[in-house]
Design a protein around this ligand. Structure first.
Ligand code: N01
Length: 532
């Protein structure tokens, strides 16, 4: 066994919400030498890349931010109920400046490989542009939804106009006055559709599966409300971190079928009027995501709204979902209303699938050529493990992460992986399914505590046991199986990528319980770990 001095104490890969805070913790608070790498041309992660019109957070502004800096919470304002992408990017850039982090982040630098060396107990990191360095600690903050899913559609590359994925939206692409087509109607697609319809000459929406969307209730926020919120931030964060989904409302404890039909509709209507997708799913009744009958009642309420809102009955029919209401819930300002506009048309790919893409546009099975200047792929992500698998990431014995993840991605606590000592993941597989910033903070703080302990005690390596990881995976699966989410085809279980194994990828027990488990693990002296 040899010990070599590493080039830096830690490497942090990714400069989004997770990487930025991790870098601050390790460098500014623990006094370590840290090198950050970011493949984008700026910081911000998701919020750097997803610049498509309409991109915004569907968590309310006041809790779509860090909570650790009380001063910053007082200083940084918001003006709308939800933050648009430029606002969030500006916020993250501000945080980077506030903590003088830019000098530690190499932009435009993709990490291609990370290999563990058992003899030196160091990681060797290589970047796409040929840099190499060693570190003791490796923190991957690669993004949960960061690897684009590009569908395999015949002729895709032959399109003569601008072909863009929403996750790689060019800074200079202006769709004003253009003929635009969009494939995909998830959170991204529906946000894009609402915004683009107001800008383009014509928008053609290619929809494979209809979606349940509820109003977001977006709009300006009164400065007096902002001031009041700032006074109550301690209480607010306490509530958020002790809730289930961390969206700032109290989750309901009432079962949908325990009340009369009239009362159910009243509650649905009340929450429809308040706005927010998570509120509609978790704030109305406690069992919408678990009880098929409750789920059907919520789904029917939304279907009735579609019929009421959409003027053309044929368009309304095509827009109406028939499956479970068990994907990540959507909310938008005016999704269904958008289809009443004369410049928006809907193509149901279930009825007329895309036959091929040609230089002029998209040809569907009914022989129609939809002529386009811009074709937007809002087709989502190879979520959760996509970016890990894309990296040449090798732990003990030179074993690639893919060799460990043949049955689906696993971790211990959504943060660590057996066989990968001194490596951490922010929002790794089987992490919490919540509003993300408070979960990210919980993970970053826990990682920093463990690293600090290892340094204090002169530990050479920390690594979870395979047994702890197996138990955590079983727990996540057990909780997920008690919900309806695995029964819906979505990215949450990897169902959106052809050939990807359906596997549990989230801890669905809520942020409060998740934080408790992190605290218990630390309090037990890290009983799920081998500390050497
Ligand atoms: O991706 P998705 P997303 N042919 O996978 C369709 C987060 N997010 O980017 O349903 C035709 O949900 C696919 O159709 P189907 C949030 O967590 C957050 O929209 O599979 N269509 C679907 O309609 C969200 O859940 C915000 O039949 C194809 C769409 O593309 C997550 O990101 C904003 C196709 C993909 O939907 C992912 O959302 C935006 C094909 N070959 C995103 N392949 C916030 O507000 C796919 N589709 C914070």
């Amino acid at each position: 066994m040899t010990t070599t001095t590493p080039d830096v104490d830690a490497v942090v890969v990714g400069a989004g919400f997770g990487g930025i805070y991790m870098l601050h913790k390790l460098r500014n608070e623990l006094g370590m030498t840290v090198q950050g790498f970011e493949k984008g041309g700026g910081v911000g992660g998701t919020w750097y890349f997803n610049r498509y019109p309409g991109a915004k957070s569907d968590t309310e502004s006041y809790i779509y931010r860090y909570s650790f800096d009380k001063q910053l919470l007082q200083e940084y304002d918001w003006h709308t109920r939800y933050l648009d992408q430029p606002d969030i990017l500006a916020y993250l850039e501000h945080v980077v400046e506030r903590y003088d982090l830019a000098r530690s982040i190499k932009l435009n630098t993709e990490v291609k490989s990370a290999h563990w060396n058992v003899d030196t107990a160091l990681w060797t990191i290589r970047t796409a542009d040929g840099q190499q360095l060693t570190c003791r600690w490796l923190v991957n903050a690669l993004g949960l939804l960061a690897k684009s899913n590009i569908p395999d559609i015949p002729g895709l590359k032959s399109f003569a106009g601008a072909l863009v994925h929403t996750n790689a939206w060019p800074k200079d692409l202006d769709i004003t006055g253009k003929r635009v087509g969009v494939i995909g109607t998830g959170s991204t697609g529906t946000q894009f559709i609402c915004a683009a319809a107001k800008m383009v000459e014509h928008l053609t929406v290619f929809q494979r599966t209809p979606q349940y969307s509820v109003p977001s209730g977006n709009g300006p926020v009164d400065p007096a409300e902002v001031a009041e919120t700032k006074k109550n931030f301690d209480k607010i964060w306490d509530q958020v971190k002790n809730s289930v989904v961390a969206f700032g409302f109290e989750e309901s404890t009432v079962e949908a079928m325990s009340v009369s039909e009239e009362e159910r509709r009243r509650v649905f209507q009340e929450n429809w009027d308040k706005g927010n997708g998570f509120r509609f799913m978790f704030g109305t009744f406690c069992d919408i995501a678990t009880n098929p009958e409750a789920n059907a009642a919520a789904a029917q309420f939304i279907r009735d709204k579609i019929k009421e809102i959409v003027k053309d009955p044929e368009t309304a029919r095509k827009l109406t979902p028939t499956d479970l209401y068990a994907k990540r819930p959507l909310c938008n300002e005016d999704y269904y209303e958008t289809f009443n506009r004369p410049n928006v048309s809907l193509v149901s790919l279930r009825e007329t699938p895309i036959e091929e893409i040609v230089p002029e546009g998209v040809r569907t099975s009914d022989g129609v050529l939809h002529e386009l200047d811009v074709l937007v792929l809002a087709t989502g992500f190879d979520a959760v493990d996509g970016n890990y698998r894309a990296m040449d990431l090798r732990g003990r014995g030179g074993k690639h992460i893919n060799e460990h993840w043949t049955e689906g991605p696993t971790s211990y606590l959504g943060i660590t992986k057996a066989g990968f000592p001194n490596m951490f993941m922010i929002l790794g597989p089987n992490g919490p399914f919540t509003n993300l910033p408070p979960s990210i903070e919980s993970q970053v703080e826990w990682i920093a505590d463990l690293i600090a302990k290892a340094d204090r005690e002169g530990l050479r390596s920390v690594e979870p046991t395979f047994e702890a990881e197996r138990r955590w995976t079983d727990t996540c699966k057990e909780i997920a199986d008690a919900t309806l989410f695995p029964k819906a085809e979505s990215w949450i279980f990897g169902a959106n990528i052809p050939g990807k194994k359906h596997a549990v990828m989230f801890y669905m027990g809520g942020i409060s319980s998740y934080r408790q488990q992190l605290a218990d693990e630390a309090a037990s002296g890290y009983r799920g770990f081998a500390l050497e």
